[in-house]
Design a protein around this ligand. Sequence first.
Ligand SMILES: [Zn+2]
Length: 319
Amino acid sequence: MDVNSLVLAPEGDVILVVGAKQFRIHADSLFLKRHSTVFAALFGPNFREGQDLNASSPKEIPLPDDDPYAMTAICATMYHAFDQIPRSPATDFVLSIIRHADKYDCCDVLTLPSQVYGWLKSDHLTLGKDLVNILAVSYLVRDQEAFKNTSKALVSKYDGSFADLADDVICDVLPWKTFCRLEELRTRIQTLAISIVLGTLDKPGYGSYRYTNTHSGCSKVAEGIQETLRNDLSMEVHQRQEREYRERPYRTLPRPPATQQPAIGPLLKKLQELAEACRECRKNVKASQLNTFGLSLAGNDLRQVAMLPEWYWGLKLTY
Ligand SMILES: [Zn+2]
């Protein structure tokens, strides 16, 4: 393949000239029209681009704002040119491809490669930036399941400020409400963890009747969780971290600790340990439904932003 062009159809009647570097993609207008309503309109009777198309002198169609890599991936998928379809693209590249597909209204075309090559999978991702890219992609393609899994992974694995993840590209796709919801989820889980751990403490006696503590075997694990929560929530710890950050000769941390948040994943793991150690705690952990959290897309059009975690409202959150 030429570095500056891709020939998908040697007999094609159009050449897409993509991006500032004018990458050329040779294709058939008929093929592009079939897959994309935007191309169907562009190559229809009402636009100059659609007039007098013929294979003997293919017409150049300038698309200066588009990304050549993303357009290559999309057009190659239309033509089943598998050697041109990225197998495991970086998440920002996946987002770029899907944003272009959204622009040309041809996301359906990408269902096959995104399923086969697992573009929307988030299990293996650990960085907040990667996870938020896949969250935006799931939102664009209206994939309920991927959106839920990725929001769950973001809340459990990411230990920074959600506001930091909301850059211009992401905010162009995801509504701000998403980030408020993520932060709510994180806080909600912390609150539930606190209520479960408080439940392990001895209850005071009243007169001659003492409420007996039905917990057994969980005190050690509960103490560990209390310690973790104290560190996560204490002003003193945050002030110490900030002092240490300022005194560091080389500030290697990505941001000052004021905006650092605890990752929820380790806390959930500890609650699981608690559930294994004690019958009463198992009941409480189970009732809190902490394993089902995640944001959902709502409404007829899945892209509406009234997203609620399944367990968010109306559930008895404490025992
Ligand atoms: Zn217990």
